[in-house]
Design a protein around this ligand. Structure first.
Ligand code: ZN
Ligand code: ZN
Length: 338
């Protein structure tokens, strides 16, 4: 089969690889249909991913159809599926508590093991969700939106609460969209006038442009000095996360959607006097995938506006390398495989 291999940072090629064969019990063989390209993939390509072993087949935002089901698997051949790329051990403390998204031994397809930028892939059946009623192109967008949907669900924020989403990239936009679906009153903050322009004109969000004025002043003006009830940071930027504590209202919460590799420093008196809740949010659960799929089916997610770029498996080495640097106008790019 054809596979896009990242042999080492900056070196992306299409190669012939042996296709995986008969699925073991509990697994299924899937013909890959569409694969979304993620910030993680650009990081792997650029050598910025901290623990990545090369060579690697990337790709974790995936839809496909079942070719063959292993013993004990209740999926029909030809069934369209969404792949949940987080392979969990099923035994650890998190798995025992129904939180495979933060499994101690988690393996993510396309990161810790080979992913889906190829024609066929073996996946545990428990990681395959029927894509009922979705096109296979739309089904490949469920995973990145589920990250934001999970963060919103983690927040437990009540409808009507004022939410600030920091970072207007794909994850931030997904968080903002699902915060709005949850009934929150959403504002987006970013340093990019282009991204904010898109969020305002295409998606109808209130925006704050922190490239022109300090974020602290903007937040104060936007909230009568009170701060936001729920703040979501989706920047992956240490400075942004540290500043975000100050944007939270008394009694409010800060949800860390992205991850930074540094220590985070904050003022404990400021944290304490707010009785602030600090929440981590990692990956997503089946409930989030289901919620996103249902929302797309209901027409609540403007996917046609979010998927701005398309390519094929054969053109991925050229296009992914280009898009890693030329992000203007790019929200989400999708590879059509099948
Ligand atoms: Zn992703
Ligand atoms: Zn586990």
């Amino acid at each position: 089969m054809k596979a896009v291999i990242c042999r080492s940072p900056g070196d992306l090629v299409v190669e012939d690889r042996p296709a995986p064969s008969t699925p073991p019990p509990g697994w299924a063989l899937v013909a890959v249909s569409h694969v979304g390209i993620c910030g993680t993939d650009y990081h792997i390509f650029e050598g910025k991913h901290p623990f990545l072993a090369y060579p690697r087949i990337m790709g974790h935002e995936v839809s496909g159809t079942v070719i063959e089901a292993g013993e004990g698997v209740d999926l029909a051949v030809g069934e369209p599926v969404i792949i949940n790329p987080y392979l969990a051990c099923g035994k650890c403390i998190a798995c025992r508590q129904g939180k495979p998204n933060c499994c101690v031994g988690i393996e993510v397809l396309g990161v810790h093991r080979d992913g889906a930028m190829c024609e066929r892939i073996l996946v545990p059946a428990q990681n395959l969700y029927p894509a009922n009623g979705l096109s296979l192109a739309d089904a490949a967008a469920v995973e990145f939106l589920a990250i934001g949907a999970h963060a919103v669900r983690r927040s437990l924020a009540d409808p009507g609460a004022r939410a600030l989403v920091i970072g207007a990239g794909p994850i931030g936009l997904g968080t903002a969209l699902f915060a709005r679906i949850a009934g929150l009153d959403v504002t987006l903050l970013d340093m990019s006038a282009e991204r904010l322009g898109f969020a305002a004109s295409e998606l109808g969000f209130a925006t704050l442009d922190a490239s022109r004025q300090s974020a602290t002043d903007l937040v104060r003006e936007a909230t009568n000095g009170e701060g936001f009830d729920a703040v979501f940071d989706a920047t992956g930027n240490t400075q942004s996360v540290q500043s975000a504590f100050a944007h939270v209202a008394h009694g409010g919460m800060l949800v860390l959607v992205s991850v930074v590799k540094d220590d985070i420093v904050f003022s404990d008196p400021e944290f304490h006097k707010r009785e602030m809740t600090l929440i981590g949010s990692r990956n997503a659960l089946r409930a989030d995938f289901d919620h996103v799929a249902a929302s797309i089916r209901d027409g609540a997610v403007p996917l046609a506006k979010l998927v701005t770029h398309r390519t094929t498996l054969g053109d991925t080495p050229r296009d992914l390398a280009r898009w890693a640097h030329a992000k203007s106008g790019l929200i989400k790019a999708v590879i059509q495989v099948g």
